[in-house]
Each structure stands twice: as structure tokens, then as C-alpha cells.
Design a protein around this ligand. Structure first.
Ligand code: AMP
Length: 222
């Protein structure tokens, strides 16, 4: 299956994508993670993306589509993938559609996590990340250890530069303007499933699994 997970920054997409990828053995493709890793490695891609990410703006479509095109050629994506934080514009969605078509594949579902704005600002400002391996933490739901070192790799746990309040507001505005039209795009293709993103991670996970399981039990082509 190829699944797009849609949702505003802070809607819980990343957490849910990791849980879903583990359960269903989908490769988890997060363009945000790929870009942050490129920034940490100071690669040409990282240097190109850094300014956009710090400002909370979108990295140009051409750059992001190049990342996806390359990633989809890897062997683990042959059976499908879970896209997290991609597509973010209609151009990216069109690009994904034609890449999948070329490979004789198609998108199966777009799961859209809906969370009220006030919850999003609270979640994002409590979010933390390992500066070395990118593991997620949260001051409320998954606090870092007292020594502030990542339990996986020992790296320092920090706040993402784009989780500062002014950048959060810009990211939400960018989402409303450029990414939320994708709901209509996928609804028009019969692929959209809205999922209430309010609740504990395990409650939301159960709702997402139900939608995926329902879909995979349908006869092919539906
Ligand atoms: P995320 O981790 O998905 O919240 O992404 C963090 C930042 O990376 C975004 O605010 C954008 O600057 C950039 N980014 C991630 N994915 C995309 C994408 N599909 N298109 C453009 N920019 C992206």
C-alpha cells in the first residue's frame, strides 16, 4: 500500500507514522526527517534547505520531488510506502501521482489527522528532538531523561529551531494556505479519510489502523 499521512505541523503525524510503519512494515518516508538529516550532515541539500526550514517556509517543490524520486527507487519501497509530511503542495501531489504511475503503482489512501490549532501550538512548543539521531521527545507525554541525553544514541536533546512560537505560527499559516487544499485534491480522487487527531497517541493509532485495515479488506480497485 502507498499511504499519505496529512496533517498540520504538530498534529502527531510523525509519531503515528513511526508506529504505523512498524506495525505494517511500510518504509516511513518523512521529508522533514530527510531534510533535517541533510542539515546535520551539512550536505548540499541541507545547505539549500536550511533557510526555508528555519523560517517555517516550504522547501521548493523541485528539491522535495527529487528526494522522493530517489527514495522511491530503493528496494524497500517496491511494496509501498508511508509518506509523512509529503506531499505539501498540489505540485508535489501531482509529482507523486506521476512517479507512482510510472512504476505501475498508485496511492491507496490519504489519512488526514485533524487537530484544533490551540492544541497544535501547545504540542509543538513542548516537542524536543535528539540533535544527533532525530529521535522524538515531548516535555509532557515523553519527557527526556534528567541528563537531557537521548536514550537511543546519547546525543543532546534540543528544541527544533522551527518549533519556536513565531515559526510555529508561520508553519500553520503555510499549512492552511498550501497544504490543506490537498484534502480537496484527495477527496476528489476518493482517497481521503479524515481521522480525529485528538486523544492519546494509542487512541489515535487505533483509529488509523481501523481505516487501513478496512481499506485493505476491500476488493482490489476500491
Ligand atoms: P516536518 O518535519 O514535516 O514538520 O517538516 C519540517 C520542515 O521541513 C517544514 O516546515 C518545511 O520547511 C520542510 N519540509 C518538510 N517536508 C516538506 C515538503 N514535502 N515540502 C516542502 N518543505 C518540506
Amino acid at each position: 500500500m502507498n499511504i499519505v499521512l496529512l496533517g498540520a505541523p504538530g498534529s502527531g503525524k510523525g509519531t503515528q507514522a513511526k508506529m504505523l510503519a512498524e506495525k505494517y512494515h511500510f518504509p516511513h518516508i518523512s521529508t522533514g526527517d530527510i531534510l533535517r538529516q541533510a542539515i546535520r550532515g551539512n550536505t548540499p541539500l541541507g545547505r539549500e534547505a536550511e533557510g526555508y526550514i528555519k523560517a517555517g517556509d516550504l522547501v521548493p517543490d523541485k528539491v522535495v520531488l527529487g528526494i522522493i524520486e530517489e527514495r522511491l527507487q530503493e528496494a524497500d519501497c517496491a511494496e509501498g510506502a508511508l509518506f509523512d509530511g509529503f506531499p505539501r503542495t498540489i505540485q508535489q501531489a501531482d509529482g507523486l501521482e506521476s512517479m507512482l504511475k510510472k512504476a505501475n503503482r498508485r496511492l491507496d489512501l490519504c489519512l488526514s489527522l485533524e487537530v484544533p490549532d490551540e492544541h497544535i501550538v501547545r504540542r509543538l512548543s513542548s516537542r524536543r528532538i535528539c540533535s544527533v539521531c532525530g529521535a522524538d521527545y515531548n516535555m509532557i507525554s515523553n519527557p527526556p531523561p534528567a541528563d537531557n541525553r537521548c536514550v537511543i544514541c546519547g546525543g543532546e536533546i534540543v528544541q527544533r529551531a522551527d518549533d519556536q512560537e513565531t515559526t510555529i505560527r508561520n508553519r500553520l499559516a503555510v499549512y492552511r494556505k498550501q497544504t490543506s487544499p490537498l484534502q480537496e485534491y484527495y477527496s476528489g480522487r476518493g482517497l481521503l479519510r479524515i481521522v480525529d487527531g485528538d486523544g492519546s497517541p494509542s487512541e489515535i493509532f487505533a483509529k488509523l489502523c481501523r481505516v487501513i485495515d478496512d481499506h485493505s479488506q476491500k476488493p482490489a480497485g476500491n
